[in-house]
Write a protein that binds this ligand. Structure first.
Ligand SMILES: C[S@@+](CC[C@H](N)C(=O)[O-])C[C@H]1O[C@@H](n2cnc3c(N)ncnc32)[C@H](O)[C@@H]1O
Length: 207
């Protein structure tokens, strides 16, 4: 039985994809992924399965086809940071999957602002609630994956409401794409703006 390759393809720009990822993708029969990520490999003319939000459908497709076809699942950023990897391993079995890492959105953003991330907490608000304000108190700062509900403005409002206006927010929109934008500002200003859905946030405590 063919192993399924789960490959991290970085923040979105082709230049941040590892050579080994390109090699495995070139040799595969089917590419499985979200629409945005599949577009990157459109010129490869592979059979594609866009999973949108139908994860069970994706697993059924992989199970039904992996004997005959070499299947690659592409995920954004790194495989080890809030990707589909855990879900796929639980559904298909760990032994059936090979993993190729990618550059995470947090690695990319911290490199763009010229800082290391060893003293920061790394979390996701993508479809989940966490007590990030409590965590922030004990760290130099935190990095958050955001979503429509937990937008940078919404996070800024929560900081203001909690009296934590003395932090700095760094908002990374469309990272690595041509329209990338990185905004460094205080919550009072961040709260007034609209941001891309493809977005991450760093909150830093005062030194
Ligand atoms: C399902 S998570 C995947 C995280 C990914 N595994 C990583 O290592 O960055 C998707 C979230 O990652 C963030 N993200 C991924 N690519 C991004 C980019 N190019 N620019 C800004 N945020 C990005 C957004 O917060 C998005 O909602």
């Amino acid at each position: 039985m063919n192993k399924v390759n789960v490959i991290g393809i970085g923040p979105g720009n082709r230049d941040y994809i590892l050579p080994i990822a390109y090699r495995i993708i070139k040799e595969c029969d089917v590419l499985v992924g979200g629409k945005r990520n599949l577009e990157i490999f459109a010129s490869y003319e592979k059979e594609v399965f866009a999973y949108d939000s139908n994860l069970q459908g994706m697993c059924d497709y992989i199970s039904a086809n992996r004997n005959e076809k070499k299947i690659v699942v592409i995920v954004s950023g790194d495989t080890g940071f809030y990707s589909l990897l855990d879900y796929l391993q639980s559904k298909l079995g760990k032994e059936c999957i090979d993993v190729i890492p990618g550059i995470s959105s947090y690695q990319y953003l911290f490199s763009r602002i010229g800082k290391s991330y060893k003293d920061y907490g790394l979390y996701s608000l993508h479809g989940r609630e966490i007590r990030w304000m409590d965590i922030l108190k004990d760290k130099k700062g935190i990095f958050l994956l955001t979503d429509k509900k937990n937008s940078p403005s919404c996070i800024a409002k929560q900081l203001i409401d909690a009296g934590l206006s003395n932090v700095t927010m760094i908002v990374g929109e469309n990272l690595s794409y041509d329209d990338e934008k990185i905004t460094i500002d205080v919550p009072e200003n961040i709260v007034k703006q609209d941001y891309s859905v493809l977005c991450v946030v760093v909150i830093e405590n005062e030194d």
